[in-house]
Design a protein around this ligand. Structure first.
Ligand code: ADP
Length: 285
């Protein structure tokens, strides 16, 4: 079983559905409200665990009403939480408004995620012991860089999902072994990705394409499914890829594409992440 450490974010999503979004100064009645645990770090950790990895999570919740629930979701999924700390103040939240046309407006407040500014000895030890380090960009960049440098120095493979996408200093790219990006992120990052030995670009229904250090590319066709909601497909893809990377790019891509496709067949982000059995069943078809 691949050992994976995720250093990343954990949020509570506050999702409101409305017919029409309010204008400035206006109050409207919403249709539905739900609390959905999320955050790219947490979602990808759960996806890696369900795909068969042994996963530990390094991150922070606050000391508010959401903290225990956020922790419980990881524990229930079988993700190790011994490096999950409780920071003073609010947990990370995302206030999401979805209107009738399916358009959404999102406000993310980093909360405890923004206070994950440094890693301690035990976090670093966990990274050194792992096969794969998996990071995203919803926590402070110096923490991502510290994790990646330590991983590199201890032969732990570094996977970065540079999302939410932004320009990164060259010194960060220099520490990354594998980048997982969607088409929009690939276009925005452009030549910066040339410095990364392995780049995987996800292509929605068309699957994904891998580019290796020798320049050779390997397409992974999409898996045909009955799509219900594509939220969380990218996180599921990335988690499953991390769990199977030690088996080689071909196998890892097949698992990731199958897991990503299955994630689109159910509503929601974390609730739609498929189990190892479900992925294996579809893979063997
Ligand atoms: P993101 O959600 O980050 O924008 P993509 O849309 O590229 O990323 O989706 C990530 C992965 O999820 C794809 O590589 C694919 O494996 C799977 N996926 C997404 N949409 C579909 C779809 N309509 N049908 C089958 N698989 C899909």
């Amino acid at each position: 079983m691949a050992r994976i450490v995720v250093v990343g974010s954990i949020n509570m999503d506050l999702v409101t559905t409305v017919k029409r979004r309010p204008e400035p100064g206006e109050t409207v009645s919403g249709e539905k409200f739900s609390l959905v645990p999320g955050g790219k770090g947490s979602n990808q950790a759960i996806a890696a665990r369900r795909a068969g990895g042994e996963v530990g999570f390094v991150g922070a919740v606050g000391d508010d009403v959401f903290a225990d629930e956020l922790r419980r979701v990881l524990v229930d999924a079988g993700v190790g939480v011994s490096r999950l700390r409780r920071a003073h103040g609010p947990s990370g939240v995302a206030a999401i408004i979805v209107d009738d046309g399916g358009e959404n407006s999102i406000i993310v407040v980093g909360g405890a995620n923004s206070r994950l500014t440094t890693l301690d000895e035990d976090d670093l030890e966990a990274i050194a012991q792992a096969d794969v380090l998996l990071c995203q960009l919803e926590i402070p960049l110096p923490t991502v860089l510290q994790a990646a440098r330590h991983a590199r120095a201890h032969d732990t493979t570094v996977i970065l999902n540079p999302s939410p996408v932004r320009e990164l200093p060259e010194q960060v790219w220099a520490e990354i072994d594998i980048a997982v990006v969607n088409e929009g992120e690939a276009a925005q990052l452009g030549a910066a990705l040339d410095a990364v030995p392995h780049v995987i670009t996800t292509l929605g229904a068309d699957g994904a394409i891998y580019r290796g250090p020798d320049g050779i590319t390997l397409p992974q066709p999409g898996v045909r499914v009955e799509v219900v909601d594509t939220t969380g497909a990218g996180d599921t893809f990335t988690g499953a890829l991390a769990a199977h990377w030690p088996d080689g790019p071909e196998i890892a891509l097949a698992w990731a594409c199958t897991a990503g496709a299955l994630a689109t067949t159910k509503l929601g982000a974390s609730a739609s992440i498929p189990t190892r059995n479900a992925i294996e069943r579809l893979l063997s078809r």
